[in-house]
Design a protein around this ligand. Structure first.
Ligand SMILES: [Zn+2]
Length: 421
């Protein structure tokens, strides 16, 4: 695949990076401008339920998050340039070659792991600022510094325990499986994902949170009835201590097959009435009943197959490495370059994935409206928007590009048109 000369690829990469970065910055500016322009009045459909101070808090919170996002966008682009064209990856690879055999697997593992560690260290100041300045300023943060660093240490250990064996398998397959290595790597990647999905509820999630069976008998009976009505089998109802990190509320299902469990954040239980919790769970059940979870997994698997095939074509091409200012051609280097550079190009697919996700949200809402009370779901959503200080007036273009959930006003208007169960 002699698609480019090294210089041609450098130019294509720089153009795509510039276009993606400018689009991101432009969308962030639009969002900030739109939210600030609408800060003065509560939108009509919420005037009876959300107060002006709450609306203004949501506006200020959205603007603060978007401003932090701008720093993130600029920093991300700079780091990417330093690692590729700036010679960072090449330097790291040379440095590891002094202590490890450059042709061996451990050299590859060291290269990939050092890039991941470097990226997390660079992200650390932003993560600290997000939690202890932005979230704290708006009263959402419940995390202590000790918990923050304990989480970080646990994530690092978990990343090592799962990531190093996976990486060794991938590098081995790449070296030994000939032309079709990408197909074998894809199979290994699918197996790994299914394994994580399976062990997540029972082994991974409890590392970070405590899960206790739901103790409120009235609420539990209500939920059991909903599950029976929807023909849904789950292995237990759990309450998670989400309040130890943040006051944002949520509910989710995890696991699959007969091992599915329902998890409610403690913050959700204290804020919503039982009928509202039931409506929120009916929405989550809708995602299962309409097969959204499996559809999403299927899309991800199809996309990763496509990506690995592309990498299979690129891996032997000198222009791919030279174009990104890398001279040590190898499997781990190819992986690293690919995963750093690909998001620059796939960024432009974001509106499609967002659209797909919003369509699922509407379907889950429709399911909830036919198995629980749509009016309760609306009440629950309004409380959640208010508690999470989600903006009611996002910029339409920003929302179409990024938002996995429909804008509040559209979503509620749709629910109010649906016939009740
Ligand atoms: Zn949903």
């Amino acid at each position: 695949m002699q698609a480019f000369s090294p210089n041609g690829f450098t130019i294509a990469f720089l153009c795509a990076l510039a276009l993606a970065t400018l689009t991101r910055l432009w969308l962030a500016q639009r969002q900030i401008g739109h939210v600030l322009r609408n800060r003065g009045t509560v939108p009509g459909s919420f005037s009876g339920t959300i107060t002006l101070p709450a609306h203004q808090k949501a506006a200020d919170y959205s603007v603060a998050k978007s401003r932090l996002g701008i720093t993130d966008i600029v920093l991300g682009a700079v780091v990417l340039l330093v690692l590729t064209l700036g010679g960072g990856l090449e330097w790291l690879s040379q440095a590891w070659s002094r202590v490890l055999d450059p042709a061996g697997y451990w050299h590859g593992v060291a290269l990939v792991m050092s890039v991941i560690v470097l990226l997390s260290l660079l992200d650390l100041p932003l993560a600290l600022y997000r939690t202890f300045v932005v979230e704290a300023k708006f009263g959402f943060n419940r995390m202590t510094l000790a918990l923050f660093f304990a989480d970080l240490a646990k994530q690092a250990l978990l990343g090592l325990a799962l990531g190093v064996p996976l990486l060794l398998v991938v590098l081995w397959l790449m070296a030994r499986m000939g032309e079709l290595w990408w197909l074998y790597v894809w199979l290994a990647w699918m197996g790994f994902n299914l394994l994580v999905l399976m062990i997540y509820p029972t082994f991974i999630a409890p590392i970070f949170n405590r899960f206790t069976p739901l103790s409120d008998p009235t609420l539990a009976a209500r939920i059991e009835q909903l599950l029976a009505r929807c023909g849904f089998k789950a292995q237990g109802l759990f309450v998670m201590d989400g309040s130890k990190r943040s006051s944002h509320g949520n509910a989710y299902f995890s696991g699959f097959g007969a091992a599915k469990r329902i998890v409610l954040f403690d913050t959700l239980i204290t804020r919503l009435a039982p009928s509202e919790i039931e409506a929120v769970l009916a929405h989550e059940l809708g995602h299962f009943k309409r097969h959204h979870v499996w559809k999403r997994v299927a899309v991800l698997f199809a996309m990763s197959l496509g990506m690995l095939w592309v990498l299979g074509q690129l891996i032997g091409e000198a222009w791919f490495y030279r174009g990104l200012n890398v001279h040590s051609q190898g499997t781990a280097m190819a992986l690293m370059l690919f995963f750093l550079v690909v998001p620059v190009f796939t960024f432009f697919l974001q509106p499609l994935t967002s659209l797909y996700s919003r369509r699922h949200e509407f379907e889950a809402d429709a399911y909830a409206a036919s198995h629980a009370s749509p009016a309760d779901l609306v009440r629950a959503l309004v409380k959640l928007y208010q508690d999470n200080a989600a903006t009611l007036t996002p910029d339409p273009l920003h929302s179409a590009f990024y938002d996995s959930h429909p804008p509040a006003a559209t979503r509620i208007a749709r629910l109010q048109q649906l016939p009740a169960a």
